[in-house]
Design a binder for this molecule. Structure first.
Ligand SMILES: [Fe+2]
Ligand SMILES: [Fe+2]
Length: 276
């Protein structure tokens, strides 16, 4: 099983991380994260999006790095090191909705839209479609440990099942489940080697999740993830507007103004230039 139609140039990927020596020194989870981010950014790049992952940001901060690679896309300069410039951000309204975040802070959001599109086309439940649509959006805020951050940020606004699935998708990616249509990505073997072991907390999360009543929902995020890296896919948020209306508890004051336990995370994405 391949990663959709997107060809990953192994050499370009390794070079983007700082070379083979850097890659050899990385643990497997780090490599996997790097790969996912590399692919997400490649798609956005192919789609002409504003989020292009700087090489230096992808990995073990090389000597000349000016940002840690786990930082969110909104905060990391893109482009080659000598020409880094922050993309312009549209000002947000006083009462922002999830749709406005998609339009002004998550765009082009190609990967999550593709993943949700596939979930919808294959007849998956609304909660799975919703989970796919939101599974990586927190990467605009922070990338490291993104499944845990993402689940927490979204928890006040989605069903428990949706946030649970998002929390566990990161760990499940490393464990095949052919019965549910998830093979271990062949690409991971080529890039990380055959004998790699996920970090203990990832393994523990997987073992917990696999016995959980919502395992299927989290597993489906990983299934749709595999096919969501096609740079030529045409996707839009429009088919999801009704589902968002039913599944996302949009606060009437607007995200960030609603005093929820995670309102500050949304505010941080609204105003990433606030100094304090
Ligand atoms: Fe993810
Ligand atoms: Fe993903």
């Amino acid at each position: 099983m391949g990663m959709g139609n997107m060809e990953i140039d192994r050499r370009a990927f390794i070079a983007s991380l700082g070379g083979m020596a850097v890659v050899d020194a990385m643990d497997s989870e780090t490599k996997a994260e790097a790969l996912e981010h590399y692919m997400v950014e490649k798609i956005d790049e192919a789609m002409g999006g504003h989020v292009e992952l700087a090489n230096a940001q992808v990995l073990p901060s090389p000597e000349e790095a000016t940002v840690r690679r786990g930082v969110g896309s909104l905060f990391a300069p893109s482009g080659p090191a000598d020409a880094r410039k922050m993309p312009k951000l549209a000002p947000m309204s006083n009462n922002p909705t999830l749709l406005e975040f998609f339009e002004k802070r998550f765009a082009p959001a190609n990967h999550v839209l593709q993943s949700a599109t596939r979930a919808m086309k294959t007849g998956m439940s609304e909660e799975i479609v919703m989970a796919c649509l939101l599974h990586d959006v927190v990467q605009n805020l922070v990338k490291v440990d993104h499944a845990w951050w993402g689940a927490q940020m979204l928890e006040p606004y989605v069903t428990e099942k949706v946030s649970w699935a998002i929390r566990y998708h990161q760990a499940l990616r490393f464990y095949p489940d052919p019965a549910h249509g998830y093979e271990y990505p062949e690409l991971y073997n080529r890039i990380y080697g055959k004998d790699y072991e996920p970090q203990p907390h990832i393994k523990a999360a997987y073992e917990f999740a696999r016995k959980h009543k919502w395992y299927f929902e989290a597993r489906m995020i990983t299934v749709n993830d595999l096919y969501a890296f096609d740079p030529n896919a045409k996707v839009s948020i429009d088919p999801f507007i009704d589902i968002i209306g039913r599944q996302f508890k949009q606060p009437k004051e607007g995200l960030g103004n609603d005093n929820s336990p995670t309102a500050h995370m949304w505010r941080t994405m609204m105003f990433p230039d606030n100094p304090l």
